[in-house]
Design a protein. Structure first.
Length: 341
C-alpha cells in the first residue's frame, strides 16, 4: 500500500510547539511506517519523519510573516496533486482546499476533518469525492456522510505517568475565547489555587484585556508556548487540567495528553468533552463555573494510575493506526464508500 499523506503546512511536522493537526499527522505517519506501509509525507521541508518527505514550503507559514499561507497551501496541494497517480491512496489532513480539485486527483482520497471553521465551509465537503473521517461523533455535521469516526491517538512513550502531583491547576492550549483562558483564571481563583497557563496567543486583544491583567507570576503564571519535553513536565505536575471551553471542541488533544500523564480534567460540557472524558473516572464534565470549582477537589481524589490506564486504553497511537488502516482497506476494496455511501 502506497500512501500520500498530505499534511498541513502552517507549522513543521511534528510541530516544535503548537500545531495539533501537524502533531496528529506525524503520529499517524510514523505509526504507518512502523507497520511497513510505504508513506510519502507532503509537509514543510524542515519536517522530521521516517517516511519519504516531499516539500514545497521551506517551513511553516504561521512562523514567517513574509509567507502568504493561501499561496503556499495552493502550491503545496498542486505539487501533491501532480504526483497523485504514484499512490494507492491520498490521506488529506489539510482541510478543504484539496477537495476543490478532487476531480483531478488520480488516487482515492480520505479526508480527516479536524474541525469546521464555520458553516460556510461545508459546501467544499458536501460536494467532495472523498471519504470523510470525523475526529469525534460530536463533530459530525448532519449534512455530510462519513466513512468512520477515528479518535486521535498519542504516543504514550512521550508522557510519564505520576501517582502524585503538585497543587497547581493548568490551562493548556491557544489563548483564545474558544479555549476559555479567562474562565480558567476565574475558576482557579474560586478554587483558591494557582493557575499555570501555557499556549500561543491567538487572540491578542483577548489576551491583553482579559488574561494579561491577571498574570502576576504568583497566583497566575504564563509560561508561553511550551514544546513536547516541557509539555510533559507541566501536565504531569498539574493537580488538574482546566478546559472551560467556549465552543464545541472537535476533539481536545491537550485533554488526552493530560490524562496520559495521569492528570484528571475538569471541562465544560461542550462538543467532544463528554465523548473523550470518562466522567468521574478520568475527570469531570461540568456545566459552568460553579460546578467546575466544586469538581476540583473531587478530581484531585481520582486515582491518577486509573486516569492514565483508561487514556492508554482509548487513545493510544496504535489504536489510531489500526482504525485508519481499516478505513484505507475499506475504501480500496470498495470505492463506493467514498463520502460514506
Amino acid at each position: 500500500m502506497r500512501i500520500a499523506m498530505l499534511g498541513p503546512i502552517a507549522w513543521r511536522t511534528p510541530p516544535v510547539h503548537y500545531g495539533p493537526w501537524e502533531r496528529v499527522t506525524s503520529l499517524l505517519t510514523e505509526g504507518l511506517v512502523r507497520r511497513g506501509i510505504d508513506v510519502t509525507l507532503f509537509a514543510t521541508a524542515d519536517s522530521v519523519t521516517s517516511a519519504r518527505l516531499d516539500a514545497v514550503a521551506p517551513h511553516g507559514y504561521a512562523e514567517d510573516d513574509t509567507m502568504d499561507g493561501r499561496v503556499w497551501e495552493a502550491l503545496h496541494v498542486a505539487h501533491a496533486l501532480a504526483r497523485s497517480a504514484e499512490f494507492d491512496l491520498v490521506h488529506n489532513q489539510l482541510d478543504w482546499l484539496p477537495l476543490a480539485f478532487d476531480a483531478s486527483w488520480r488516487a482515492p482520497m480520505v479526508t480527516t476533518i479536524h474541525g469546521f471553521s464555520g458553516a460556510g465551509i461545508l459546501p467544499a465537503y458536501a460536494h467532495a469525492r472523498s471519504a470523510l473521517v470525523s475526529i469525534s461523533d460530536s463533530d459530525r455535521s448532519p449534512d455530510l456522510a462519513y466513512i468512520a469516526t477515528v479518535h486521535h491517538g498519542i504516543d504514550f512513550a512521550e508522557f510519564d505517568g505520576s501517582p502524585r502531583a503538585g497543587d497547581d491547576l493548568v490551562a493548556f492550549g491557544r489563548i483564545h475565547p474558544d479555549k476559555g483562558t479567562a474562565e480558567a483564571i476565574a475558576i482557579a481563583a474560586g478554587a483558591g489555587r494557582r493557575l499555570v497557563i501555557c499556549g500561543i496567543v491567538q487572540d491578542a486583544a483577548y489576551f491583553a484585556e482579559q488574561v494579561e491583567p491577571h498574570i502576576d507570576g504568583e497566583r497566575v503564571v504564563y509560561r508561553g508556548s511550551v514544546g513536547p519535553a516541557e509539555r510533559t513536565a507541566v501536565l504531569g505536575a498539574a493537580a488538574a487540567l482546566l478546559h472551560p471551553i467556549g465552543f464545541d471542541e472537535p476533539f481536545g488533544l491537550s485533554v488526552v495528553e493530560a490524562m496520559a500523564c495521569g492528570t484528571p480534567v475538569v471541562a465544560y460540557r461542550r462538543g467532544s468533552m463528554p465523548e473523550v472524558i470518562d466522567d468521574r473516572v478520568t475527570g469531570f464534565v461540568v456545566d459552568g463555573r460553579e460546578e467546575a470549582i466544586a469538581a476540583i477537589p473531587l478530581a484531585l481524589g481520582l486515582d491518577r494510575r486509573i486516569v492514565r490506564a483508561r487514556a492508554r486504553e482509548r487513545f493510544g497511537v496504535d489504536r489510531m493506526v489500526d482504525d485508519y488502516l481499516r478505513v484505507y482497506r475499506l475504501l480500496l476494496d470498495d470505492p463506493s464508500f467514498v463520502k460514506g455511501r
